[in-house]
Design a protein around this ligand. Structure first.
Ligand SMILES: *[C@@H]1O[C@H](CO)[C@@H](O)[C@H](O)[C@H]1NC(C)=O
Length: 338
């Protein structure tokens, strides 16, 4: 009798525990559903049916768990739920936001005008934003033309430094008109061939003259050039000291592997640790500096809007043991010349 009573109590106790676990899970799922719905509104996401919504919810939940567990164990940099939160990492890698950098395999060696500068004589901190040489963060959306944004950011920089005027220039003109080289608009391209196009074209027009549409379009001829360049050079590859010499003098186009999940959800701090080196994304190095804990970093401008990273910017560890740099940033840097 006694033992069966205890048995009954044990069963009841277990049932209670189980139902409270279930209730807690339902509660957290309900909170997550609400979070997903708020996120959908924030990013204007609409799903075609409840099946797609349910599937995207599972991805969202998995990403939130990844982000929260990453942040619990890291202090150098942190992640946040952003516009990519309902994509798996594989899907993200295949998006046009990520894929768009396509260099030709054989590149002609160029001169390097900063070769004789001494690294020790360079400033310890550079931020071209403070010199008015960086336009506000832009957003390439679902068009693989990071190459155009990267080239334009570097060009806007050198134009400001040589003329004194910061002019927001047109990526769409490159997307629509730079189609006779290996650049392919929203299908990808290469910053060096964008510079070539600008030289042949006699310059680029302004962003407002030829606004960004995030789709391939027909080239509108006769756009009035607002600024031009005379040439372009590559920074010696896999050489962060050489990159520092260039960035100390002007914003520089760089390519990175932006496919890692930590890059996808990067939200702030100095990105450190392991990262891929399969270059797929073009951005711009607009400075460098040192954190209070002594960590050296590159300051970079991305083209994924202000909801990604440090209001659209990114910092990555500088002078790492891998000569290719964080995410391969030292593998293919180049800059325009005035
Ligand atoms: C660097 O110095 C070497 C040796 O003096 C010289 O030949 C070369 O032209 C210099 N490079 C530049 C870009 O000024």
């Amino acid at each position: 009798m006694v033992s069966s009573k205890a048995f009954l109590l044990a069963i009841l106790g277990c049932a209670c525990l189980c139902s409270s676990i279930l209730a807690a899970r339902e509660l957290s799922d309900a909170a997550m559903v609400e979070r997903h719905e708020k996120w959908m509104v924030e990013y204007g996401r609409v799903y075609k049916d409840t099946a797609e919504k349910a599937q995207r919810f599972e991805v969202f939940k998995d990403n939130v768990a990844f982000i929260e567990s990453f942040n619990a164990g890291n202090t150098k940099f942190w992640l946040a739920v952003n516009q990519f939160a309902d994509l798996t990492n594989d899907e993200f890698r295949a998006t046009k936001a990520n894929k768009g950098f396509k260099p030709i395999s054989t590149s002609v060696p160029t001169g390097f005008k900063y070769e004789n500068l001494s690294v020790n004589a360079l400033p310890t901190t550079v931020d071209w934003r403070t010199k008015g040489a960086v336009t506000p963060i832009k957003n390439q959306g679902q068009c693989g033309c990071c190459w155009a944004f990267s080239a334009v950011a570097a060009m806007e920089g050198i134009v400001k430094l040589s003329t004194g005027s910061l002019i927001s220039l047109s990526e769409q003109e490159l997307v629509d008109c730079d189609t006779h080289s290996m650049d392919e608009g929203c299908e990808g391209g290469w910053m060096d061939s964008a510079f070539e196009f600008v030289i042949k074209n006699g310059g680029l027009t302004t962003e407002s003259n030829y606004p960004y549409k995030a789709v391939d379009g027909k080239c509108k001829g006769g756009s009035k050039s607002a600024a031009t360049i005379k040439g372009h050079e590559d920074v010696p590859v896999n050489n962060e000291a050489a990159l520092m010499k260039a960035v100390a003098n002007q914003p520089v186009s760089v390519a990175v592997d932006a496919g890692d999940r930590t890059f996808m959800f990067y939200s702030g701090g100095v990105m450190t640790g392991t990262c891929g080196t399969e270059l797929d994304h073009g951005i711009a190095a607009i400075g460098y500096g040192v954190e209070s804990d002594g960590t050296k970093y590159w300051l970079l401008k991305n083209s994924w809007g202000t909801t990604w990273g440090e209001k659209g910017f990114l910092r990555m560890e500088k002078d790492i043991s891998d000569k290719r740099g964080m995410c391969g940033l030292a593998m293919k840097p180049s800059y325009p010349i005035e």
